[in-house]
Design a protein around this ligand. Sequence first.
Ligand code: GTP
Ligand code: MG
Ligand code: ZN
Ligand code: ZN
Length: 259
Amino acid sequence: MCTTCGCGQGETKIDGQAVHDHAHAHAYVPAHSHAPGVPASRRVRIEQDILAKNDAYARENRAFLAGRRVFALNLVSSPGSGKTTLLVKTIEALKDKDKAAVAVIEGDQQTSQDAERIRATGVMAVQINTGKGCHLDAHMVGHAINELNLPERSLLMIENVGNLVCPAAFDLGEAHKVVVLSVTEGEDKPIKYPDMFRAARLMLLNKCDLLPYLDFDVDQAIAYARRVNPQIEVLRVSAKSGEGMGDWLAWLEKGAAAQ
Ligand SMILES: Nc1nc2c(ncn2[C@@H]2O[C@H](COP(=O)(O)OP(=O)(O)OP(=O)(O)O)[C@@H](O)[C@H]2O)c(=O)[nH]1
Ligand SMILES: [Mg+2]
Ligand SMILES: [Zn+2]
Ligand SMILES: [Zn+2]
């Protein structure tokens, strides 16, 4: 797992620029300090070290965002659940005045396609490419935040790399993680990947327009999610048909007001 091997360290690019081009030094664990022969006790220490450094950057991000009263969400899911489509539809549903107060950070291993999809809506977006890395971390996100001139009381949506495992462990400084589960993935994902569903405040059950063609059991999926996280909130949505988008927008508004 990436918290033990530090995979992808030093490969990050933000809108095509290498993150480690900056002048200030970071004390990150060098890439590939792991080895199959590393004793378990040392592996645990390396993992704690990586997460402790991440948490320090996450605290910085959180303090900065709190200072501007920015409501930040970390969207997590497996690849292709519909995160970018949901973001585009969410932005399109907002009034122009609200659109001006939205910014997006996109995370993918390669390409800036998702950031381009967001920019096409008129909203500012920064693309982070993680190279071999499988998740966003708080250091990368801090640099991406620097690229954005976030207005006071804005909404910052961070789309994580599609991966139901590693992003669960990395706090980015967000208010909440929102996990997107699409109905084509099977209802068992919450119990197979419990860390992610435990870390999330809200589960968006996406692609509900496809339910008539699938055997997906919505109640079972929700029961599994609540088995690992009794507090998790659930909204059924479809980025395609627009079902549930009103509830999602209301959830965003409530969260931003509480910020
Ligand atoms: N039928 C249906 N298709 C959807 C819905 N939402 C997204 N899709 C489709 O699912 C595919 C993946 O959508 P994306 O929005 O790119 O998914 P993503 O989670 O951003 O993917 P990655 O960034 O690669 O992890 C696309 O073909 C979308 O058109 C939905 O609600 N219903
Ligand atoms: Mg995407
Ligand atoms: Zn990983
Ligand atoms: Zn830095």
